[in-house]
Write a protein that binds this ligand. Structure first.
Ligand code: ASP
Length: 440
């Protein structure tokens, strides 16, 4: 009996984790649709999965960023940082353009009428406040609060300080030893965290099942039907953004590798983003994909991915633009090209300020709609379907972070294109990776 169980378990574990999560995703959705409201009871299991991922965000950022600074001179950092930021902004602007373009074709919301709903708009932080919040008054408080930009800022400064002191002191000195020890601890810590990510993903099979069952138990199919044109516009714009901008232009064109290999390398992060709707909580998985599958070096992804999870939100920015057109159609007004350009700029700035947490963009939407004088009630109308659309946006946000990280890694000689998913033998089939992924 025991051995039947053991061999069943082993067989179960021999299926790559991402496929098991994919099946859980589909089964959970079906169960939610079949069972309805009672399936919402499963939500706590899904919440536990998200909490487990959230638990390791701060350590994984600190460890990998410290390792990054070991190899990164301030000059290198400036170069990598500049490329990352420019590409993040560029791809986001293209995403908003894509969203506006598809919206002008499909015209979501035409024929719908405005429902009176309560809208609670929150004050969005001013750009100056946002800039200041990057510098932590107290680094420990920033870590305790999970303020990612502030954590990046302090860790980078601390790490760069260490490399500078290390170069100045006597090689046999206690200070030099101490610094090397901190770097070694960071290396070991990052390694351990990546192991922990895989453990959490094992639980994720249950977690994702529960999240999807609870979602569909709550919203049902009616919600999707009611907002079909809006959902279709977003889905189409996201599909185009991923296929044309990330896969064709960036991965095929600029990196010069196979888009399919890239997709194979990031599938765990994509399905996690789809399941938990939070770029930030997905970060441990995103980093583990960059490290283990795409074979990118910490000195690029250790900096670009935490930054991307907080400021680079292509799907979110695109959605802000789409909702503006949706709202205009419902209100029966048409937006001029100039107004649409204004939306592009506001959506770009707003998406940078949007936190990588579920449904964060609903708050930012108020700013975009107010700018063009559109009714804020629309936010209330679409809030019900947001748990569904948020998944697509978050998946796009993550794909954008990883595409930009890959090309910047290529430009800075920080990617090994002979191993991981880039090697001839698919990673899942190679002995080494099966044992790395499935063994305890
Ligand atoms: N949930 C998204 C993210 O975490 C943000 C949003 O679009 O609401 O990336």
């Amino acid at each position: 009996m025991g051995s039947v169980f053991t061999s069943g378990w082993r067989q179960y574990r021999s299926v790559p984790i991402v496929y098991r999560i994919g099946i859980a995703f589909v089964l959970g959705s079906l169960v939610g649709l079949a069972v309805g409201q009672p399936a919402v009871e499963l939500q706590p299991i899904g919440d536990l999965f998200v909490r487990l991922l959230e638990m390791i965000i701060v350590p994984i950022i600190v460890f990998t960023l410290l390792m990054a600074t070991r190899e990164l001179s301030p000059k290198n950092l400036g170069q990598v940082g500049g490329q990352v930021v420019l590409l993040y902004l560029g791809t986001t602007a293209v995403a908003i353009g894509m969203g506006l373009g598809v919206s002008n074709l499909i015209n979501p919301g035409t024929g719908m009428t405005l429902e009176q709903t309560d809208v609670q708009t929150e004050q969005t932080p001013s750009p100056v406040d946002q800039l200041f919040s990057i510098v932590p008054e107290n680094p420990m408080a920033a870590m305790a609060e999970g303020n990612i930009l502030a954590i990046i800022f302090f860790t980078l400064i601390f790490g760069l300080g260490m490399t500078m002191v290390r170069a100045e002191v006597d090689p046999d000195s206690a200070v030099r030893n101490g610094i090397d020890t901190i770097f070694n601890v960071a290396e070991a810590g990052a390694e351990v965290m990546f192991k922990v990510v895989w453990g959490i993903m094992e639980f994720g099979v249950l977690g994702v099942f529960a999240l999807m069952a609870a979602l569909f138990g709550e919203v049902g199919v009616q919600a999707i039907e009611a907002y079909l044109s809006l959902s279709m516009t977003l889905a189409l714009a996201i599909a185009l953004q991923i296929a044309l901008v990330y896969l064709l232009v960036i991965i095929r064109g600029l990196v010069g590798v196979s888009p399919l290999d890239f997709l194979r390398g990031i599938k765990e992060a994509l399905i996690t983003a789809l399941s938990i709707r939070s770029s930030t909580a997905t970060l441990p998985v995103t980093m583990s994909d960059a490290d283990e599958n795409l074979r990118i070096k910490e000195r690029v992804y250790g900096f670009s991915l935490p930054l991307g999870a907080t400021v680079n939100m292509d799907g979110t920015a695109m959605y802000l633009g789409i909702v503006a057109i949706f709202a205009a159609n419902i209100a029966g007004v048409s937006l001029t090209l100039f107004e649409q350009l204004g939306i592009l700029l506001t959506a770009l700035l707003m998406s940078v300020g949007t936190a990588g947490v579920p449904s964060a963009s609903l708050i930012m939407m108020a700013a975009v709609l107010t700018q063009v004088g559109l009714p804020l009630e629309v936010i209330g109308m679409i809030a019900g379907i947001d748990p569904l659309l948020d998944r697509l946006r978050t998946m796009n946000n993550i794909a954008g972070d990883l595409a930009v990280t890959t090309v910047v890694a290529k430009w800075n000689d920080a990617i090994d294109l002979t191993s991981g998913v880039w090697a001839d033998v698919p990673a899942e089939l190679s002995e080494e990776s099966v044992s790395a992924t499935n063994d305890d």
